[in-house]
Design a protein around this ligand. Sequence first.
Ligand SMILES: [Zn+2]
Ligand SMILES: [Zn+2]
Length: 196
Amino acid sequence: MQATYARQGSNHAKWEKKRVKEGLCVKCPKPLSELSGRFCEEHRIWHNEKSKRHYRDNKTICNQRTKISGHRARVRVMVALGGLFCTWCGEDDYRVLTIDHVKGHTTPVKGRTRSRRGLTFQDLYNIENGRSQLADFRVLCANCQSRHEHIRGKRKIYPEIAEAVRAAGGSIPLENELPIPQKPMPPRHSNRTSSC
Ligand SMILES: [Zn+2]
Ligand SMILES: [Zn+2]
């Protein structure tokens, strides 16, 4: 099957870039469509149909690829944030690590501001290409993120609930009891040897 995208950095990709800069379709001599950054109107429709068909016929592999490249971006962002461990407790099991918005993540949806947990892959790409500030994020484990939601008041334990928990022998710290470490802690189980 003919590739639709030129490999990044290849001569063909450079040629495409130049062509788009001149306002011309990368498939024919016609001008670019207003709705596309690469094609004329006919080729835009052709490419859309082709992509849809390809996705329909290769759903599993397409979804897998999206997931893999998204997680690669997630790992790169975590590394840029200081490492793959919780900055509060040092937990380093990737399965429970989250990228937390320091001030609480909000995304405008249809004119409203709706808070949302977890970052989408698009959010990650936005951090990578500088559209979102790296300093607004940090790595937390799911437990510490949940605690932080309580500390910043997004989730609430009513005194009656706390009472019931304590009466049953459970533990529940007072609000804001968890100290916020100033410096990221090292990972708990480091099996890394010297870097070379
Ligand atoms: Zn064209
Ligand atoms: Zn933690």
